[in-house]
Structures are given as C-alpha cells and as structure tokens.
Design a protein around this ligand. Structure first.
Ligand SMILES: [Zn+2]
Length: 101
C-alpha cells in the first residue's frame, strides 16, 4: 500500500491510498486485521503531516471494487453509474429498481 497526497482545485487535501485492501467505508472486509491496521496507520501518519488543520481533508481509496447489492456484480467504487440507496450500493439504476420490487 502506498500513500499519496495532493490538493485538488477546491483546496481540499486529497489523500490517495493505493492498493489498499481495506475500505473504512465498506462493511464486510473486516476479516483482514492487518490491512485494517495498515490503513489506520497510514491515515494517522498522513494526519500528523498535515500542517494546516483548517483545510478539509478527503481520503480516497483507489482500486476498490464493491459488489452490487442486487446482482453482486463487482464494480469500481467511483463508477459513474454507481447508485447509493438506503446505505446500499448498486451497479445501476436498473438494479435499484429491481431491488425495490
Ligand atoms: Zn447490479
């Protein structure tokens, strides 16, 4: 795992965690305790380096695949078609509709 940070055009500090297997925002991958620890240590290390605490900080994990709640298809977490409804992720509007019915 590698940690990268830069500022985007909004002045936000964006932190990229590359090849991170653990996603703090996704349930279900808590079995890999080591990855979870690495993730938190990296996050802490970056936080300690941030010299301007007033700045907004955004953490982005790359290469994350999440599974559609309806059809179980794996898709990229930042996919444009991604739908988030009732705290669940879907790969498309069609799947959201199918799930609701
Ligand atoms: Zn789907």
């Amino acid at each position: 795992m590698s940690v990268d940070q830069h500022e985007n055009s909004n002045g936000e500090r964006v932190i990229l965690l590359k090849n991170c297997k653990y996603n703090a925002f996704l349930d279900g991958e808590f079995d890999e305790e080591k990855n979870r620890r690495e993730f938190q240590e990296a996050l802490q290390a970056v936080r300690n380096k941030v010299d301007s605490p007033m700045k907004q900080m955004r953490v982005v994990t790359l290469s994350k695949k999440i599974s559609c709640w309806h059809c179980y298809k794996l898709f990229s977490e930042d996919a444009e078609e991604k739908q988030r409804v009732y705290e669940k992720d879907f790969c498309s509007k069609e799947c959201v509709r199918a799930f609701k019915h």
